[in-house]
Design a binder for this molecule. Structure first.
Ligand code: F6P
Length: 377
C-alpha cells in the first residue's frame, strides 16, 4: 500500500536539515514509492495544515543548502499562541495528521522537539524524530547533525583570532553557542588551540583563569585565546543557581515555588553579558588588553560540512525503514557506524552533558589547556 508521510523541522535551524529532509524524501520515493509532504514552520504548519509536496523536483538541489526549506519555529503543540492566547493545540494537530491520512510524521529537531513529538506520539500519532542541533546535547545519540559544521566555523574563527591576538598582545575571549552544554566550545577550542576553554559543566574560578594567562605571559606568550561556551558560569554563580534550583524542588507551596523559579530565572538572565564581564575582569586581573568576540548565529548558518551531509543522509534514509517496519515513538540515533532507534521516553527531559572524565576533557588538559578549575594532579 502506498504510504503518505509528513516531515517538519522545529526549534533552531541547523546545517544539515535540508540534507536530512532530502534523505527521508528520496528514500521514501525511490525505495518505497510513498507520498511525502513537508509542514511549514515547525508545529505551526501542522496546526494550520500548511505544507508543500516534497516530490523529486522539490528535493533536488537542497543537499548543500543551509537552513531549512520548510522553515522552522519554536512553537510547542501544547502551548501555542493562537489569537493572542496560549492554548493546547495537540488535538488540532492530530486532526491535521488524520485529514492528510498520514502513516507517519517525522520531526527533525533537538531535545525540545523530541519532547513535543513525544506528546503527539502519546496521542496515537506514528512519530519518529531525527536529532539535529549544533549543541550536540541530545541524549541517546553519539552526535547530532549541525554540530560538525558549527565546530568547523568556530574552529576557523579561533584560528583567525590567534593572529590578531598575537599581533596586539591581547586576550581574546571568544563565545560559542552550545546552550547549557560545552561540547561546541570544547571541540572548537581544542581544535583551534585555545589556551583556556570554559564550559558549563566545569564552573570556573576567575583567578585560576587569570593565573593561567599570567603564566603564559611569564613564558613570553603575551596573548591568550579564551573559548567560552555561552552557558559557562563562575563557581559563585553555579553555587547560587544550584541553591535556587534546590529551593524549587523543595518548595512546599505554589507561591514558594514561583518565588524560587523567579530566582532561578534571574540568575539565568545574568548570563547575558557574562562573556563581556569575564573579558573585563580578565583585563583587570592580568593587565593585558582584552577583547570579546561573540560568534552567535554565524555558527548555525550556511552550507553543512561533508560530515553533516553524510550523517543527515544516513539518519534520514534509515528513518523510512523504521516506518516500513512500523517502529514509532523513537528517535533515529547515530551509534558508531550505524543507526539505532531510541525510544523517545529515553530522550525527553534529558540533556547530554560533557562527562568530566570525557576524553575530550582529559586530552585538552594534557595539552595544557586551562579549563577554569584547579586541575586534578
Ligand atoms: O539550540 C541551538 C541554539 O543555537 C543554541 O546554541 C542557542 O542557545 C539557541 O539555539 C539560540 O536560540 P534562538 O534561535 O531561539 O535565539
Amino acid at each position: 500500500m502506498t504510504k503518505s508521510i509528513g516531515i517538519l523541522t522545529a526549534g533552531g535551524d541547523s546545517p544539515g536539515l535540508n540534507a536530512a529532509i532530502r534523505g527521508v524524501g528520496k528514500a521514501a520515493i525511490n525505495v518505497y514509492g510513498w507520498n511525502v509532504i513537508g509542514f511549514q514552520n515547525g508545529f505551526r504548519g501542522l496546526l494550520e495544515n500548511r505544507f508543500i509536496t516534497l516530490d523529486s523536483m522539490a528535493l533536488a538541489g537542497i543537499l548543500t543548502q543551509g537552513g531549512t526549506i520548510l522553515g522552522t519555529s519554536r512553537d510547542k503543540p501544547d502551548k501555542m499562541l493562537v489569537g493572542g492566547k496560549v492554548m493546547d493545540m495537540t488535538d488540532a494537530m492530530v486532526e491535521t495528521y488524520q485529514k492528510n491520512q498520514l502513516d507517519a510524521l517525522i520531526c527533525l529537531g533537538g531535545g525540545g522537539t523530541a519532547k513535543n513529538a513525544h506528546k503527539l506520539s502519546k496521542k496515537g500519532l506514528n512519530v519518529i524524530c531525527l536529532p539535529k542541533t549544533i549543541d550536540n546535547d541530545i541524549e541517546g545519540t553519539d552526535v547530532s547533525f549541525g554540530f560538525d559544521t558549527a565546530c568547523g566555523i568556530a574552529t576557523e574563527a579561533i584560528d583567525r583570532l590567534h593572529s590578531t591576538a598575537h599581533s596586539h598582545h591581547r586576550i581574546i575571549v571568544v563565545e560559542t553557542m552550545g546552550h547549557n552544554t560545552g561540547w561546541l566550545a570544547l571541540a572548537a577550542g581544542t581544535g583551534g588551540g585555545a589556551d583556556v576553554i570554559l564550559i558549563p559543566e566545569i564552573p570556573y574560578d576567575i583567578e585560576a583563569v587569570a593565573e593561567a594567562i599570567r603564566a603564559r605571559s611569564r613564558k613570553g606568550r603575551h596573548f591568550s585565546i579564551v573559548a567560552v561556551s555561552e552557558g559557562a558560569m563562575s563557581r559563585e554563580t553555579a553555587n547560587r543557581l544550584s541553591r535556587a534550583e534546590r529551593k524549587v524542588e523543595k518548595a512546599r507551596s505554589e507561591a514558594a515555588r514561583r518565588r524560587a523559579e523567579a530566582e532561578v530565572a534571574a540568575i539565568e538572565a545574568e548570563r547575558v553579558g557574562n562573556t563581556s564581564r569575564l573579558t573585563r575582569e580578565l583585563e583587570e586581573r592580568t593587565g593585558l588588553e582584552s577583547r570579546v568576540t561573540i560568534l552567535g548565529y554565524v555558527q548555525r548558518g550556511g552550507a553543512p560540512s561533508a560530515a553533516d551531509r553524510l550523517l543527515a543522509t544516513r539518519i534520514g534514509t534509515a528513518a523510512v525503514d523504521y516506518i516500513e517496519r512500523g517502529e514509532f515513538g523513537i528517535m533515529v540515533a547515530a551509534r558508531g557506524e550505524t543507526t539505532v532507534g531510541v525510544p523517545l521516553k529515553e530522550v525527553v527531559g534529558r540533556r547530554k552533558l560533557v562527562p568530566l572524565d570525557h576524553e575530550w576533557v582529559t586530552s585538552a588538559r594534557r595539552v595544557g589547556v586551562c579549563l577554569g578549575d584547579v586541575p586534578p594532579l
